[in-house]
Design a protein. Structure first.
Length: 359
């Protein structure tokens, strides 16, 4: 933190609806600032497909320096389908930031808010409240930009290392312990494909080693295919899951679908020193500029940021502020707000205004 105790937040609005959902999230934080002892200093910086189109780089060095110096990083959404690297992959600063700052723990909460529709029968009664932790720097994504393609075949290489896995599992068990202290089950499942691939058997073995140091957490294993099937049958049976990068990429979209869609899903990519907070959704260029974007995932991502800052700096008021934001979001949905995402008439401005009023 800076000398005046203001939390310095790097703000990367990105592309498409990214800036549109970022604006109300910052309004929410300014409301928190006005009603608590917390102080924020926001610095905006470019990143994404539009910046690449203009300069040939996804992010300038000044953006990377800002992210390095900031207390936390807020990211809207980056990438546009029509703007790609020469190898035809999309511009993805969010992935580059994970690698650059070693943000190995991708935290993807999925909590069904009362009043939000779920496609799962019984979820409105049983509830859904789980967290998927996705390793975010290696796995199959370690091959990004390094794959080999010939006229007859293409190969990508999955990488799992002991160092990253040990840190990932330590983070996951500690998160499960924190949830247990808050009244949650305190269970952690390792999701893998250890029955087929040696790399995942290696991954599972390191998980079992870590489990011995955390006896208060019930540790379990699941194969990825069985996990996907059970998530759409009995999602209320899950607490915390940890998995490889590509599996986590897929499962996090699935779990977002359980709680109303991508617009409802927050996320964080966390390392030992830095953390990025962003909604799970993409840039949605088809609705850009129409005022239809659902800012809830972005707003809930700021709540995650405050909880992380509280843990990192020991700022008790930050954790309480994060809980206030979650309660405000719960209230507006319980009161009947319905985003266009669900076929309703409430757009970005309506949702933002309602959450700020609830604060």
């Amino acid at each position: 933190m800076s000398a005046n105790n203001a939390l310095h937040i790097a703000v990367l609005g990105g592309d498409g609806i990214g800036p549109e959902v970022m604006a109300p999230a910052l309004e929410v934080l300014r409301r928190i600032e006005a009603t608590t002892d917390l102080k924020f200093r926001f610095t905006e910086a470019p990143a994404g497909a539009n910046h690449y189109r203009e300069t040939g780089k996804s992010m300038p060095e000044s953006t990377i320096r800002l992210c390095d110096e900031a207390d936390a990083i807020l990211l809207g959404a980056c990438g546009l389908p029509s703007v790609r690297y020469p190898d035809n992959t999309e511009i993805a600063p969010q992935i580059e930031l994970r690698v650059h700052f070693d943000l190995y723990a991708g935290v993807r909460p999925a909590r069904l808010i009362p009043g939000v529709p779920s496609p799962i029968v019984g979820a409105d009664v049983r509830g859904i409240d789980l967290i998927l932790i996705r390793e975010s720097t290696e796995g199959l994504f370690a091959s990004m930009g390094k794959g080999v393609v010939t006229d007859t075949e293409a190969r990508e290489t999955l990488v799992i290392t002991r160092k990253t896995s040990e840190r990932l599992f330590e983070f996951s068990f500690r998160l499960a312990e924190r949830r247990k202290a808050r009244g949650k089950p305190g269970q952690l499942a390792c999701v893998d494909k250890a029955n087929v691939f040696k790399a995942f058997a290696f991954f599972r073995g390191i998980f079992d080693e870590a489990a011995k140091n955390h006896p208060a957490v019930k540790a379990d294993h699941m194969y990825i295919d069985a996990c996907a099937a059970l998530l759409v049958k009995r999602p209320w049976d899950f607490d915390v899951m940890v998995t490889e990068n590509m599996f986590g990429d897929i499962l996090s979209d699935l779990t977002a679908g359980l709680i109303g869609g991508m617009g409802m899903a927050p996320s964080a990519d966390i390392g030992d020193r830095h953390a990025v907070f962003q909604p799970c959704h993409g840039t949605a260029p088809d609705i850009m500029g129409q005022g239809k974007a659902n800012p809830t995932g972005m707003i809930l991502s700021t709540a995650m940021m405050l909880d992380w800052l509280a843990d990192k700096h020991g700022i008790e008021g930050a954790a309480e502020a994060g809980e206030r934001i979650e309660r405000a979001v719960d209230k507006v949905y319980a009161d009947g707000i319905k985003p266009t995402e669900f076929g309703g008439s409430n757009g970005t401005a309506d949702i933002a205004k309602a959450v700020i009023a609830a604060l």
